[in-house]
Structure formats: C-alpha cells, structure tokens
Design a protein around this ligand. Structure first.
Ligand code: 6GU
Length: 256
C-alpha cells in the first residue's frame, strides 16, 4: 500500500516514515510512501501557495493552482484522496480498517485556514477529522491517519495484538502489568499470576467493562459487545466502579 502525502512541510512527516515499526514496514515492502512538497508546483517567482479568503475574514487559504497540479501528478481523483481537516468526518477504527482494506491513499495536509473548496469538490474523495479539537496544520493529523491504517496491514503487527487492543472488542483495553510482581509496595493483582486462564480472561473483561464505564460509557450501548458484559457491568457498579489513576488501587498493599 502506498501513501502519497502532499504537504508544505515534508520534513515534518519524513522522520515518521524513517523510524521504528514504519521503517521496517517500508523495508519489508509492505508500505510505500512519497512526500510531495506542494510548493514545488507553485510556478510563480515566489512559489506562493496561499492567498486571502474571498468575503473577508482572518487568515489565509491555500491557493488552488499549486494543489491542483500536485494532485493531478499524484493521480487524484482516480486514487482515493483524503483531505485532513477539522471540518471533516470524524475518524475512527472502522474508517482505519476500511482504508487499510482499500487501495493506495493520497493525503492532503492543509495549512493556514485550509484549502480552496473547488479543490475539495474536484479532487478530494474523503474529508477526515481526527477529533474535536483544532491543530495548527494537517501534518500531525495525516500521520495519525497513516499510523492507524498501516498497522492493520498484514505483516506489520501480529494479528493477536490487533485482536486484543482497545476498540477491537468494542471495549477499552484492560490494565496490564509486567515484572516485578511487587513494585514499590504495589502488587500485581493475584489472579494475573495465578496461571488460571479462565479467571484471567474474566478479570480482564471485567476490568475492560469497568474502565469503559468510567471513561467511555457511550461504548457500552453498542450491540457488538461480548455476551458477559451485562452481568459484569452489574458487578462493577455494585463494587463502586473504576479506580481513577492516583486514587486507591486494589493492587496496593499500602495507602501511599
Ligand atoms: Cl485533520 N486538521 C487540523 N488542522 N486540525 C484538526 C484535525 C485535522 N482534526 C482535528 N483537528
């Protein structure tokens, strides 16, 4: 799968593709990428890419001509072309899965107040926002989108890891612990060191339910949840719910 990123600041995005898990996926040929500097398609003497907004108002907009030429060269709109913008459709795991199972992606990063609507009308297939907050530009949002998508491609991450994580089951992921079993007087819950796999699975599901109830209660009304969720939810509520970070923890042996 190839990601073509159109940006005025390719250097922001470059480091992301050249490190860690992404670097390995590129070396393995699972992922290809191309960073296109939109400014290379601005043909005037000053390589101008922005201009004032018709109708007035603060801020500048990205001009249509350089973007249009850069997108034409990249293969848009025949190829799926995403514009990352706070006024787009809210990104989620389901969209990440859909992008991952589709073809190559072109991603446009906006700067300033955004891009000319005529480019959206003619070249953009998807407008995507990564959340209800405003970023200074699209590069970070583009990296969020790419990251959520590429890790779902076969061979990047183990299938088991993908199945266990938050959202795969419709619930937030349960707490996890590694050695030492007692750290600074805090004990790992006994059940996790018991070797009883049925009890461990139950503890994890219950902890997932408790955490989801505390942080994302709206997720509990979905109808794709594991069958035991209802009864575990009742237990969680009876027992007082989730312990927030920094408050008393059932694994602790003291009250520090
Ligand atoms: Cl995709 N871009 C920008 N600039 N800000 C955002 C966003 C995208 N998603 C949420 N905030």
């Amino acid at each position: 799968m190839k990601f073509t990123i159109l940006t005025l600041f390719p250097e922001i995005v470059k480091a992301y593709f050249e490190a860690s898990v992404m670097k390995k996926a590129v070396a393995a040929g699972i992922i290809e990428y191309e960073l296109v500097n939109i400014r290379d398609y601005a043909h005037d003497r000053h390589h101008k890419c922005d201009d004032e907004v018709f109708g007035g108002g603060a801020g500048m907009l990205m001009k249509p001509e350089p973007l249009d030429r850069a997108l034409e060269a990249a293969g848009s709109p025949a190829q799926r072309t995403v514009y990352v913008t706070p006024s787009g459709r809210l990104f989620n795991q389901k969209m990440a899965e859909e992008f991952a199972s589709g073809g190559n992606l072109i991603i446009v990063c906006g700067r300033y107040e955004g891009i000319d609507q005529r480019i959206i009308d003619t070249r953009i297939t998807d407008e995507v926002s990564i959340g209800d907050y405003v970023l200074s530009s699209g590069e970070v949002a583009a990296m969020v989108l790419v990251d959520a998508v590429y890790r779902l491609k076969p061979g990047v991450i183990s299938g088991e890891s993908l199945e266990e994580e938050s959202f795969a089951s419709g619930l937030l992921e349960y707490p996890q612990y590694t050695r030492p079993a007692v750290y600074d007087t805090m004990r790992v819950p006994d059940v996790l060191t018991s070797g009883n796999h049925a009890q461990i699975a139950r503890w994890r599901l219950k902890a997932s339910v408790a955490k989801t109830l505390a942080y994302r209660p709206e997720l509990l009304s979905k109808d794709n949840l594991p069958g035991e969720v209802d009864s575990l939810l009742r237990e969680v509520i009876d027992e007082g719910g989730w312990h927030e970070p920094g408050t008393s923890d059932p694994g602790r042996t003291d009250q520090k």
